[in-house]
Design a protein around this ligand. Structure first.
Ligand SMILES: [Zn+2]
Length: 389
């Protein structure tokens, strides 16, 4: 198979050019870092400004703000003793802003947008330059001790995924969340020397297919064959159609086994809209080309059968309890075992496969070509895809 993948080598001179060409080349991602909170303790290092988010008017400015408190007052937002008759304000700093939540101090670069919702609770959004955001994400997706080429491949995938979400959510209050539902983001605390190098060495690079941003999904390990995006989300994209992966056989969770009590599973399914009697048997009716389960049939002790899609079964029981949708079932009376392969949904790049490919001296563009066949690497600052937000 011919891989149409063009790696855009980036020289220091190109970066200088991008910066000189103006701020329009920079992309800002809006990360929801806290939601539905009544108040927030924070402090600011460096010169700061508090602005009206809508008009950009400066409400207050100064140098460093310690032990500050965001709260609500009948007419809007209150910071320390200052009351603002507004629902949306922005806090900026030349250094960083620290949020104190649940005994943790988390530092953020960029701007903090505070949005008061109709229920008076706050949504806190960190608006940050895309490359800075990727620096705060990478450490949570791969270890900073991983081979450089695997980290670079992950940086390209994470950057692409973020841009895809920015396009999809441009009319919403934020693009991504800072938790596992998007990509875990830890702000400045999560930056590490080697992950920052991986971001710098892949600066601006994203994956496109047919000149459009690819939803570059990834997962921990695929168990020997990646999944088609069509089987899970109905997306028909050739780079995400699934293929054999010989690189993750030695990964953690490559093989897993978990024991369940049939009654617990019956209860959990019934709490999610099913009406099952005591379970006598569970068996796989059909699998797709990647070996993952299309449908399961559960037979109750009274002989009644219920068909459940494998994806739905995993979602209800818990995606971290049933690590993947690729397993065998061994019934043991009132209990049963699931013996499975891989961890995650299986679509796109297999992270532990990428790790092995890098150990085997494959370059990051070869890793990306393997897991997203037919996709191209492009620099969003030099050759913007047609659907760039
Ligand atoms: Zn794999």
């Amino acid at each position: 198979m011919i891989r149409v993948l063009i790696a855009v080598g980036l020289l220091a001179g190109n970066c200088a050019y991008a910066r000189a060409a103006g701020p329009s080349k920079e992309k800002y991602v809006r990360v929801a870092i806290s939601n539905d909170i009544h108040e927030l303790n924070f402090s600011i290092r460096g010169k700061y400004k508090i602005l009206d988010l809508r008009s950009g008017a400066v409400l207050e400015e100064g140098r460093s703000l310690r032990e500050s408190r965001l709260s609500t007052h009948p007419g809007g937002i209150k910071i320390n003793n200052e009351e603002y008759p507004l629902r949306k304000i922005r806090v900026t700093s030349t250094r960083d802003i620290t949020l104190y939540q649940a005994d943790r101090a988390q530092r953020y670069r960029g701007a903090l947008d505070i949005i008061q919702k109709p229920n008076k609770k706050f949504l806190v959004v960190n608006t940050i330059e895309l490359e800075q955001y990727i620096r705060g994400v990478l450490y949570h997706e791969v270890s900073h001790r991983w081979p450089m080429e695997a980290m670079k491949a992950q940086a390209v995938a994470a950057r692409t995924y973020a841009l895809y979400q920015m396009k999809k959510n441009k009319n919403n209050e934020y693009d991504v969340t800072g938790d596992i539902y998007s990509q875990v983001y830890g702000g400045k605390n999560s930056e590490r020397f080697r992950t920052n190098i991986a971001v710098k060495r892949s600066l601006g690079e994203i994956l496109v297919y047919d000149h459009k941003i690819l939803p570059a999904y990834f997962h921990a390990s695929c168990g020997g064959h990646t999944e088609s995006a069509r089987n899970i989300w109905g997306e028909n994209l050739p780079p995400l159609s699934g293929a054999p992966c010989p690189f993750c056989a030695l990964a953690p969770h490559a093989n897993w086994k978990k024991n369940f009590r049939s009654k617990d599973i019956q209860d959990k399914l019934n709490a999610n809209g099913y009406t099952l009697g005591p379970i006598h048997d569970i068996h796989v009716v059909s699998r797709n080309q990647s070996g993952r389960i299309n449908n399961l049939v559960l037979t109750a002790r009274d002989g009644k059968t219920t068909t459940i899609p494998g994806i739905k079964f995993r979602a209800i029981i818990g995606p971290n309890i049933i690590k993947s949708n690729k397993y065998e079932i061994i019934m043991k009376g009132y209990y049963f075992d699931l013996v499975g392969k891989g961890w995650g949904h299986g679509v796109g790049m297999c992270q532990w496969g990428a790790h092995q490919m890098a150990e085997d001296r494959h370059k990051y563009d070869e890793i990306l070509a393997f897991y997203y066949p037919g996709a191209q690497i492009t620099d969003y600052r030099e050759q913007p895809p047609v659907d760039l937000p």
